[in-house]
Write a protein that binds this ligand. Structure first.
Ligand code: ZN
Length: 237
């Protein structure tokens, strides 16, 4: 089988700018599909972004519940952060393969439905505005929007804001990760979250330092249950 690099798989030659939703859906995407057909992020098969044989290789992870996750009430993931999911997240995050957010968000939605989670408001872990400006999009927001749309549940990206830029968590141990993100997030909207059930969304869960910091802010603002769902969960933490 022909080998595809992560840079080729799951992406087109160039990314469509965000904010072009209508034009993108109805004109650009169909046109680009003809000229640069989508390829599976796992194997490079042309015509689909995540093919069924690759999806079948995902290893599930146990859903976690309190008390080890406090202040999170529950955590779920599409699967282990390896193989297909790792390649897909990296392409989504670093290579402009924003189209992958739709099938990945649909996988999240399917597992949330299978686990019979109560409905909640999907809230992405925010990026700092500098990184947002550099990358052009927040991959967590694209994933959360796709999952919310698949389930027909609400989506809000204006509840949390990232107050300061943090260093990458990659390579940091558990304690360093916690210190790195401490007080990095704040409530962006003054409204009361009384009894709102929230589902935080991020691409990867490693030690959970980032997601738990966000959950603390939401819990302090009076949110009801705060749960989290990610694409991939690593073996760490
Ligand atoms: Zn494939």
């Amino acid at each position: 089988m022909r080998q595809f690099t992560a840079a080729q798989a799951g992406r087109r030659v160039f990314a469509i700018p965000t904010g072009w939703t209508f034009v993108q859906q109805h004109l650009l995407t169909p046109l680009l599909d003809l000229v640069f057909p989508p390829a599976c992020a796992g194997c490079g098969r042309v015509g689909i972004l995540l093919c069924d044989p690759c999806l079948a290789t995902i290893r599930p992870v146990e859903f976690h519940h309190q008390p080890d996750l406090a202040p999170l009430e529950a955590l779920g993931a599409v699967g282990r952060y390896e193989g297909l999911l790792q390649r897909a997240v990296q392409a989504l995050k670093y290579e402009g393969a924003t189209a992958l957010a739709t099938p990945l968000g649909q996988q999240m939605a399917r597992r949330i439905a299978d686990a019979a989670w109560e409905p909640g408001v999907f809230v992405p872990v925010p990026l700092h505005q500098h990184r947002l400006a550099t990358r052009g999009y927040n991959q967590a927001a694209l994933l959360a929007r796709a999952a919310a749309s698949a389930l027909g549940w609400p989506y809000r990206d204006d509840l949390l804001s990232r107050m300061r830029a943090t260093h990458s968590q990659v390579g940091l141990d558990h304690q360093a990760r916690q210190e790195n993100v401490r007080d990095a997030f704040a409530l962006a909207s003054p409204e009361s979250l009384q009894d709102r059930s929230i589902i935080l969304v991020d691409d990867v869960y490693t030690t959970g330092a980032t997601i738990r910091e966000c959950a603390s802010v939401l819990a302090a603002a009076g949110a009801g249950a705060v749960r989290a769902f990610v694409v991939g969960k690593t073996g760490l933490g």
